[in-house]
Design a binder for this molecule. Sequence first.
Ligand code: 6PG
Length: 475
Amino acid sequence: MQQSEIGMIGLGTMGRNLVLNIGDKGFSAAGYDKDFNKLQLLEKEAGERKITAAKSLEEFFSMLKKPRAFIMLVPAGSAVDAIIEEALPYMEKGDIIIDGGNSHFTDTDRRIKDLEGRNIHFMGLGISGGEQGARLGPSMMPGGDKEAYSRLKNVFEALSAKVDGEACVGYMGHGSAGHYVKMVHNGIEYALIQLISESYHLLKTLGLNNDSLADIFEQWNNQELRSFLIEITAGIFRKDEEAEMAGKNKNRRRLIDLIMDRARQKGTGKWTSQDAMNLQVPVPTIDAAVMMRDLSADRDMRIKCSSILKGPSPEYNGNKEEFTRRLKNALYFAMITSYSQGLALLKKASESYGYETDLRKVASIWRGGCIIRASVLNDMLSAFAKAPDLSNLISDANFSGILNSHQSDIRFIAGSAISMGIPVPALLASLSYFDSYRSRWLPANLVQAQRDYFGAHTYERMDKKGIFHTEWLKE
Ligand code: 6PG
């Protein structure tokens, strides 16, 4: 009794895989779930590892070494509060609760505050990497009480993915910083997925079959676009439908062509856009990605409008190889702007919420284990190492150079998409983000004039200091 270094409540796929990972690294762990089948499954898979499945919460807490620390991996929302409520009677001063789910950062702040009075540390821990990541090494984004983090540092470091010998985990900052960083990770994830899907749409218009699409993504994955999402995309195009689903049909079709074109979401991308709006940080590529999930889901209306609204029929008559080469550069351009938007949001959030997040550390831990891992993050890490206060990566010498040199490609691709009538809102948002930031002058003077005209909202002047109002109708 009281042997286990760490506990896990919630033994769904993620929780169970993470406990097995803990066991692989030589730590002792206790697991608990209300579902008896999940406990049995853990017991079966635990093998020689120092893992025990507890039959009750009481037993679970009696197994944990003091001061106790446990991770919970349960659906975000009321389930987290319910577990805290049930766990409290067994907990003592100095114990640590770690929420490893995708909780909204404001819930995490509330929980930290509620538990502070009882001297119990509450830590928001972003975990990325899906099932495989949990099992073999995820990217981990813990935040909250620094002392609690120090006590768990060695466990986190052992569990996490490694890149060049560096653990993909680090202290993300005070309060809800860990969950905030994970939320922004997911916002970038939405943007990258949408950009890749738009590229797929364009490539499909060239008449390429799934094998050719897979070949292209495989090639791209060997170049500057090298990333987890590009890699899995190649695999997706090669996947045949399951034999049992194909039934008598001997020619198994590619699964991708059978999947309904209606995207779902759990909300983390939307939260990123919402908080970016609150903090007044532009993240247009992420916004476009969230919008397109909603629009794709409005499938009935799309089907109805497909025979009402008219436009060009997509067809590309130019050089397909050149188009593909330029698309690769356009995608790279847009991916850079997506990370830039997310990291600029993190900088502002860190200042506004007092997180003290180190963006160098964020870029570093996103290099391995997580869904948005990509080789370009190595260069982002170097940019923040050179200039820790960098507000936006697009002003870094290396990245501004890439954006400047690839802009003609994204203009060409955007122009082609527009003339073919193919929706590419995330690519367009990325280009407009670039064009807006490179504009010394924007037509916002007219916005101000109109606001002052109809609502006396005042304006500033270029030639004089102060706040001005004009009686616009007065001669
Ligand atoms: C990760 C993923 C993970 C989850 C997404 C899916 O980093 O491992 O981001 O957290 O798969 O939240 O989100 P949607 O259902 O909203 O696409």
